[in-house]
Design a protein around this ligand. Structure first.
Ligand SMILES: NC(=O)c1ccc[n+]([C@@H]2O[C@H](COP(=O)([O-])OP(=O)(O)OC[C@H]3O[C@@H](n4cnc5c(N)ncnc54)[C@H](OP(=O)(O)O)[C@@H]3O)[C@@H](O)[C@H]2O)c1
Length: 297
């Protein structure tokens, strides 16, 4: 099995990938810019705002792939703190990718549906990119750098990702927690998403790497919901009064950068090439129910 490095192992995706690859008994290395996470031999400190790549040569011979989860992911912050986000998401990410190639490591770049304008959704891998936010432009810039490089690379584009653990503060559980506390949740009926279970995503990324795929892949659930439709489904499944799910429009929220109406991708290439099955939302609701009931007992 190839040696894997996770860059940004302290974030949501990074820590789940780290755990998943360890469970599959890969040799796994990681980096973090959080000092307290870098106190073992297989974890290195890497702050992409002030990078020092000296850790790389000693571990590089043990790594074939490095998964770049590191990013400033707050869309409005990318706009507001343009210089910072450009340094982290573009300039120093590209510098890191060049270091990987110099050490015969294939970069796996985690990208997003934000490379599209979100006017129609369900984009396939070769659809025309047209990012409408600074964050989207930064992701696309790195993608283009990889695509034009004639070097080995893999790009995995994601949509909204969630987990099913007790009070994990991701999409569905945070709605559930609010509803159970008697609060209302505001859900746009004009924004469409394909929420993807984090473990499915880890499995898909592991399969792509194990099989040796290169190129662009969309890794998201094929199920599409408006946020309102999904909010109602949560209320129904967990037997909460549906009146607590308040219908609204995405334009009711005051964002600095525009949000797309269709944050959805077409995952058929991944599904057919890997013979992959994503969990249904109903499966995930069952898992959440199980996790919440077992934490109580
Ligand atoms: N979660 C989603 O729903 C979603 C959807 C679409 C695309 N994505 C993409 O998936 C990737 C991971 O997202 P996420 O949800 O895990 O985001 P997150 O929880 O916000 O994590 C951000 C990541 O950036 C790293 N990071 C932050 N500042 C850094 C710095 N100065 N130097 C080095 N690394 C730094 C963090 O790792 P350390 O703290 O360990 O350094 C962490 O891995 C991103 O590229 C994002 O665009 C996520």
């Amino acid at each position: 099995m190839p040696g894997i490095q996770i860059v940004g192992a302290g974030g949501f995706l990074g820590r789940n990938l780290l755990q998943y690859f360890k469970e599959q008994e890969y040799t796994v290395f990681s980096t973090s810019h959080q000092k307290h996470l870098t106190n073992s031999v297989d974890t290195s400190f890497l702050d992409l705002l002030n990078p020092d790549f000296q850790f790389l040569p000693s571990i590089a011979p043990k790594i074939q792939f490095s998964i770049l989860c590191s990013s400033e992911t707050n869309i409005d912050k990318c706009k507001n703190e343009y210089k910072m986000s450009e340094t982290l998401n573009v300039t120093n990410t590209i510098q890191l990718i060049e270091k990987f190639w110099a050490n015969s490591i294939t970069p796996v770049f985690i990208s997003s549906d934000v490379v599209f304008d979100g006017k129609i959704g369900n984009y396939s891998e070769d659809a025309n990119c047209n990012p409408i936010t600074q964050y989207g432009k930064q992701k696309r810039f790195v993608e283009k750098f990889l695509i034009d490089s004639k070097k080995p690379w893999l790009i995995v584009r994601l949509c909204k990702v969630f987990d099913v653990k007790y009070k994990d503060c991701t999409l569905i559980t945070s709605w559930l927690d609010s509803l159970r506390e008697g609060k209302t949740i505001k859900c746009a009926d004009d924004q469409f998403i394909s929420p993807t279970y984090i473990v499915d995503l880890c499995k898909a990324i592991e399969s792509l790497i194990r099989i040796g795929k290169t190129g662009v892949y969309h890794a998201c659930s094929p199920q599409i919901f408006s946020r309102f439709e999904l909010g109602i489904k949560v209320a129904q499944f967990f037997q909460i009064d549906q009146e607590a799910v308040e219908k609204c429009s995405i334009s009711d929220f005051s964002f600095i950068e525009p949000r797309s109406s269709f944050s959805t991708l077409n995952p058929q290439k991944l599904i057919s090439e890997l013979d992959f099955n994503f969990s249904t939302m109903e499966n995930c609701f069952d898992k959440i129910l199980y996790n919440y009931e077992n934490i109580k007992s």
